[in-house]
Design a protein around this ligand. Structure first.
Ligand SMILES: [Zn+2]
Ligand SMILES: [Zn+2]
Length: 278
């Protein structure tokens, strides 16, 4: 495990313990431990991971194609892989992000919520953030609904009504968010299992619509088990950090220069004005 990964895990553990310490006295004071209280502790664990991965994604902009000796050399060997806007080498699976104004290695999409590009270097963290967000929201929605159904009257009626409105609001919001993010996570996880970026999936749909069936086979699909490890890391690290690779070259299951083929990308760019292909 690298030093940075160890630091990341320490941050999550400290964050979780702090949340536990803040809420434990309130939850346990004069009370017996029950399902409701245990669920809050589980919720804090998931929340800590969610916050951590969100912060990691927002804080660090990475995944850009650097201008260095290696890329200059690569450009000399493959002059056709060139971005006119960056005046630099443009590897296969890279795209020029109009928001970041740079070429991004294995670009997935530019996320407006994170203000960052999801790409070769942080796709794993993006999936992990979604997973912990969905798990947190699941626990929160199930137990807020449970506490509404099993509500015991307490204190003055006025105070009880205010708390009830508060819990109902949380239940509605968390359930809606859980459904929205849950579907989004499933969609993105299927892409991970196919080793497909969002941009590539758009191309794939277009190929299918236009009857270009000879182009729908992606060379980057190495089988779901390997695809999962390529993007999420090894199972014995519980997929908590990943094999990112250099984002310049990719293992393929058949010989080809890049996918979609470069000529296809150039032609579509000219005639169809596909916005994500500058
Ligand atoms: Zn570029
Ligand atoms: Zn971007």
């Amino acid at each position: 495990m690298e030093k940075n990964d160890f630091k990341r895990f320490c941050v999550v553990i400290i964050l979780t313990l702090t949340l536990h310490l803040i809420t434990m006295p309130v939850l346990l004071y004069g009370q017996k431990m029950n399902v409701f209280r245990i669920s809050f502790l589980i919720f804090h664990n998931f929340l800590a991971f969610w916050v951590y991965f969100f912060m990691a994604l927002v804080k660090k902009k990475k995944g850009f194609v650097e201008y260095n000796e290696q890329t200059t050399e690569l450009l000399r060997k493959e002059p056709n892989k060139y971005c006119i806007l960056c005046d630099n080498y443009k590897p296969e699976r890279a795209h020029h992000c109009s928001k970041c104004r740079q070429c991004v290695r294995k670009m997935d999409h530019h996320c407006m919520w994170l203000g960052n590009c999801v790409n070769n270097d942080n796709l794993g963290h993006f999936i992990r953030m979604l997973l912990y967000a969905v798990l947190s929201l699941l626990v929160l929605s199930v137990f807020s609904i449970y506490s509404i159904v099993r509500r015991d009257r307490f204190g003055p009626p006025f105070l009880f009504r205010i708390i009830l409105v508060f819990v109902v609001t949380i239940a509605v919001l968390s359930s809606l968010l859980f459904l929205a993010l849950g579907f989004f996570l499933i969609e993105r996880f299927i892409f991970v299992l196919k080793n497909l970026t969002y941009l590539e999936s758009c191309n794939l749909e277009a190929f299918k619509e236009n009857g270009m069936h000879h182009l729908i086979k992606s060379p980057y699909n190495l089988g779901w088990w390997k695809n999962l490890q390529v993007q999420m890391g090894k199972p014995y690290f519980l997929y908590m950090y990943g094999e990112e690779g250099d984002g310049l070259f990719f293992e393929k299951n058949f010989e080809c220069e890049q996918w979609p083929p470069r000529q296809m990308v150039d032609r579509w760019r000219r005639y169809n004005e596909i916005p994500f292909l500058p």
